[in-house]
Design a protein around this ligand. Structure first.
Ligand code: BGC
Ligand code: CA
Length: 349
């Protein structure tokens, strides 16, 4: 498709003096950042020890530099989710923007490039928007959308989970549709299972996954929050997976992140957080043993905001006794002005 350039609304505002890591009421859970409205979609770039996340409705892309201990952000012109670095250039960020996939080049210090739109999504649902997304091992981008969410609730059945590759920028592949709120995604260590969450269903489902073709098949339910209401509440939102193939699932409206055995759906652990709306998680740190968890304050009442002053922050959870595997980067563009998606890539073994 033709390249479109849209303007950036604001420039970098680096934050050089973050508050020191402050222990919260829960052992091992530390507040890493100041709250924003709706922190979401954390991703970890192990090449440079960088944690990215977004503040969806404000169009903000945040970059936390673990080694330097500083945080900076840029503001894009639209609602933004997710943010995933590119495999061939760590400073080339692939983002979802309103109903598109876009690229922006930013090193956390210099001014960002202009935003380049790569692909259009959900043309039939003009009030829908992008939500969670991840890259698979081959660098394909899996990105979901959701219907408009307003004071009267969610417009149903207007979400789609897409697969976006270099070869299909003009017509991203529809993988799952319709969905309501396309959310958490993960692949197992053997890379033959894909886990997925459509939040209002309350379920985590799995598909058989063919890494060579990128095809999913044979849907099964792994876990249903509604089967565990004596212990947990809320909707499953973002998720990540650890080295033992246990899923770590954020509970929006449930004030916790839960650990679930992906092989049998057993609920293994509940880690409470000082925020009701927990949105997602990713393993990070040089040893991939810190669980970074994003939260939201956007749906809280004024009273709840007073009770949960840290809601909207990113938390770092230490000492969980397990760790993650490196996640993958997007491989759909060689550089910001690359017109051909760059050199054709070879399937990664
Ligand atoms: C969406 C929110 C939504 C929440 C519900 C998030 O991923 O961005 O808009 O309210 O999921 O679980
Ligand atoms: Ca989410």
């Amino acid at each position: 498709m033709a390249t479109t350039v849209i303007a950036l609304l604001a420039l970098i505002v680096p934050i050089w003096s973050l508050p020191p890591l402050a222990p919260t009421q829960y052992p091992g859970v530390y507040q890493l950042t100041e709250p924003v409205d709706h922190a979401e979609c954390p991703s970890w770039d192990y090449r440079n020890n960088i944690l990215y996340y977004v503040n969806i409705h404000e169009g903000q892309v945040y970059r936390y530099d673990y080694d330097q201990g500083n945080l900076a952000y840029i503001t894009l012109d639209g609602e933004v989710a997710p943010v995933i670095p590119s495999s061939r250039d760590p400073n080339l960020l692939i983002v979802g923007l309103d109903r598109s996939v876009a690229a922006v080049e930013w090193d956390g210090v210099s001014d960002p490039s202009e935003t380049r739109i790569l692909a259009a999504l959900a043309p039939d649902f003009p009030t829908s928007r992008v939500n969670d997304g991840k890259a698979d091992k081959q660098g394909r981008l899996w990105i979901g959308t959701m219907g408009y969410e307003g004071p009267d609730g969610l417009t149903p059945d207007e979400g789609i989970l897409y697969q976006v590759t270099c070869d299909h920028l003009d017509s991203p592949l529809v993988e799952i549709a319709p969905v309501n709120i396309s959310n958490g995604l993960a692949w197992n260590a053997a890379n033959d299972k894909f886990f997925y969450i459509d939040t209002p269903s309350g379920q985590v489902v799995e598909y058989s996954y063919n890494d060579e073709t990128g095809e999913i098949s044979d849907r099964r339910v792994v876990f249903d929050v509604n089967d565990h209401t004596e212990h947990i509440v809320g909707g499953p939102d973002g998720m990540t997976i650890d080295e033992d193939d246990n899923l770590w699932i954020a509970l929006y409206g449930g004030g916790a992140i839960i650990k679930v055995d992906s092989s049998n759906g057993d609920l293994l652990e509940i880690v409470p957080l000082p925020a009701l709306d927990v949105t997602s998680a990713i393993w990070g740190g040089p040893d991939l043993d810190i669980l970074y968890v994003t939260t939201s304050r956007v749906s809280l009442t004024d009273e709840q905001k007073l009770e949960q002053p840290a809601a909207g922050a990113v938390f770092a959870i230490f000492g969980l006794g397990t760790k993650g595997r490196p996640t993958f980067e997007v491989d759909i563009l060689g550089s910001i002005d690359d017109e051909t998606c760059g050199a054709k890539k070879v399937l990664r073994g």
